[in-house]
Design a protein around this ligand. Structure first.
Ligand code: SD4
Length: 300
């Protein structure tokens, strides 16, 4: 059934997230309900090693999750370095709805989640633990571009999910959830949960999300920049490209092997994406629930 909504999300696995979001809208859920439901799909999937359960741990063997949810009325909630709770996006929503704050981190985020009835679960799966033990042999931290291309045919082939939606009334919202960069320093928080970095939403303008090496996005407040460009008239794809070019110009050789991808949805329903390197993909679901996966254009 038609919902009148457009849902977009990062990477190929965005298609399953979008399907859950679309189903939620069909069932009468709000846009935020839909995006939360979408983000929960990769969070619950132990085969996806970059989000939620089964995510690769930090260098100390601890899985720490970052997530954010935001609507176009400026309501926002986020968690950084959350441990022992699978559905980081739902904890982020609880921060938004039940506290006067916008972000909780670390032990405080976990304490808040458990106090609000979220189940305590072990996030480190045997497969993720094995990958960590293998990594420990060299302990060489090197962000891998397009982790989905790293081991062809394996179950690694996914990344951070950023999901954006526009409902029939033209209202916008978004969510983003991740286990962050594999083997990061304990306590590291990436771009994903930070407003204006992993996600930004502005009424009447658009919404944007990012994936890739979070530090490069944070340096330029990436999604705030993308939405700002759209505010000044750029189309979504052009705005994503401008932010990618800015990173490339600013950072030069430091980002020659790094991936950063931006995905944007305009208040008019237009969709665009752009990345530093080839390989960034995104899924678009239209009002009728039809989903198409696209390859983003890239600088290289
Ligand atoms: C981070 N941006 O924590 C996330 C990870 C990611 O592709 O998207 N990887 O930096």
């Amino acid at each position: 059934p038609a919902t009148g909504a457009t849902i977009v999300s990062t990477w190929d696995f965005g298609a399953t997230a979008n399907a859950a979001a679309h189903a939620k809208l069909v069932a009468g859920g709000s846009l935020l309900d839909a995006l939360e439901a979408g983000a929960r799909v990769p969070e619950a999937d132990p085969e996806i090693h970059t989000v939620g359960l089964g995510g690769y741990p930090d260098r100390d063997g601890r899985v720490t999750l970052d997530a954010v949810i935001m609507d176009d009325a400026g309501r926002v909630g986020a968690v950084g370095a959350l441990e022992d709770v699978v559905h980081a996006v739902s904890v982020a929503r609880a921060v938004m709805e039940k506290t006067p704050h916008t972000m909780l981190v670390g032990a405080g985020a976990t304490q808040f989640a458990l106090a609000n009835g979220f189940p305590k679960e072990k996030l480190l799966t045997p497969a993720a633990e094995a990958a960590w033990r293998e990594w420990l042999k060299t302990s060489n931290y090197r962000p891998v571009a397009n982790i989905e291309n790293h081991t062809p045919g394996s179950a690694w082939n996914h990344d951070t999910v950023g999901i954006l939606g526009r409902d029939a009334a033209g209202r916008l919202a978004g969510a983003c959830t991740t286990s962050g960069m594999a083997f990061k320093i304990h306590g590291r928080v990436g771009d994903s949960p930070q407003v204006g970095c992993g996600l930004y939403v502005e009424a009447g303008v658009g919404a944007a999300t990012s994936s890739g090496v979070g530090e490069e996005v944070i340096r330029i407040a990436g999604t705030a920049r993308v939405v700002g460009s759209m505010r000044h008239g750029m189309a979504p794809m052009e705005a994503c490209r401008e932010a990618v070019l800015h990173i490339a110009n600013l950072r030069g050789d430091a980002v020659k092997d790094a991936q950063v991808g931006f995905l944007a949805l305009g208040a008019d329903g237009r969709v665009g994406a752009f990345a530093l390197l080839p390989g960034f993909t995104y899924a678009v679901t239209d009002a009728g629930g039809n989903t198409v996966t696209h390859k983003a254009l890239s600088l290289q």
